[in-house]
Write a protein that binds this ligand. Structure first.
Ligand code: GLP
Length: 267
């Protein structure tokens, strides 16, 4: 795991988008794992800008999102499909047929989970997985006690997560109780993982996930097992880390980060 600390949330999102863009330019047929949430909105805005201004090409890439609420159809304003269409898919040259999210309205949800996992494998596995982190340490909707060997499946949402996501719904009671999510093992199988977290309210859980012991109570701590994972933070979200100076030194001195150190954040 490598930790990259940027001065503010905009710079952190900008760097995250540039890491994705570099992978996509190197491999136009990249299978991209995508995440939702407020933190990701500026990553997608940056990708849209890179598409518009620097011809970043999505025409051959395929995407798989981490999760979807159970019971919300694709056109529901709170579905993750709706979020993705709005934030990214409708604004870049991606073929809608190449974009995948679990179907939370499938007649047989267990079969839907198995099909989703199977199709990721058919497409060659996730090349780069984008991740956020919930305040209870979840990635996707892998709530506390998610097994590290779990695959795409149904999960009940914790009260913390339902409360956290309630602001996006008309009423708190509208937040679904269940979701389909890639499992922890599905995420760990990705060839590269990039977790982005910003803001002081994420500092404590980020410190536990990155420097604390691995535990299924904090599913993001499983990323300590990932062979190629970067955690991109702003100063506020990095506030609880003990080894901050070491992480800064790596980013400032390792040749692999040279192009990202010099990149000017977007206006
Ligand atoms: C939801 C998503 C997660 C995301 C989390 C944090 O629960 N399922 O994938 O990481 O929200 O979202 P935010 O960026 O809004 O804090």
């Amino acid at each position: 795991m490598e930790v990259i600390i940027r001065p503010n949330a905009q710079d952190a999102a900008d760097l995250t988008a540039r890491v994705i863009a570099a992978d996509l330019r190197a491999r136009p047929e990249l299978v991209l794992g995508l995440a939702t949430g407020r933190t990701m909105e500026s990553v997608y805005a940056n990708l849209v800008r890179l598409h518009r201004d620097e011809q970043l090409d999505f025409s051959r890439c395929r995407t798989f999102n981490l999760d979807e609420y159970v019971g919300l159809p694709a056109d529901h304003p709170n579905s993750y499909r709706h979020y993705m269409n709005n934030q990214l898919f409708s604004k870049v040259n991606i073929d809608p047929a190449n974009t995948h999210l679990p179907d939370g309205t499938a007649a047989d949800l267990e079969v839907e989970c198995k099909k989703y996992e199977w199709y990721i494998v058919q497409c060659g596995g996730i090349g780069l997985q984008l991740l956020g982190i919930g305040r209870d340490g979840h990635m996707g909707f892998n709530e506390p006690l998610s097994a590290f060997r779990s695959r795409t499946r149904l999960k009940a949402l914790s009260p913390v997560t339902r409360a956290e996501n309630a602001s996006q719904f008309p009423r708190p009671e509208d937040v679904p109780h269940r979701a389909i999510t890639m499992g922890v093992a599905t995420i760990l199988d990705s060839r590269r993982a990039v977790l982005l977290a910003t803001g002081a309210d994420k500092a404590e859980i980020v410190a536990q996930a990155v420097e604390g012991p691995m535990t299924s109570m904090i599913s993001a701590s499983a990323l300590q097992l990932h062979p190629r994972c970067i955690v991109v933070l702003d100063e506020a979200a990095a506030g609880g880390l003990k080894q901050m100076e070491f992480y800064r030194w790596i980013f400032e001195s390792e040749p692999e980060w040279a192009e990202f150190r010099s990149a000017k954040p977007s206006p």
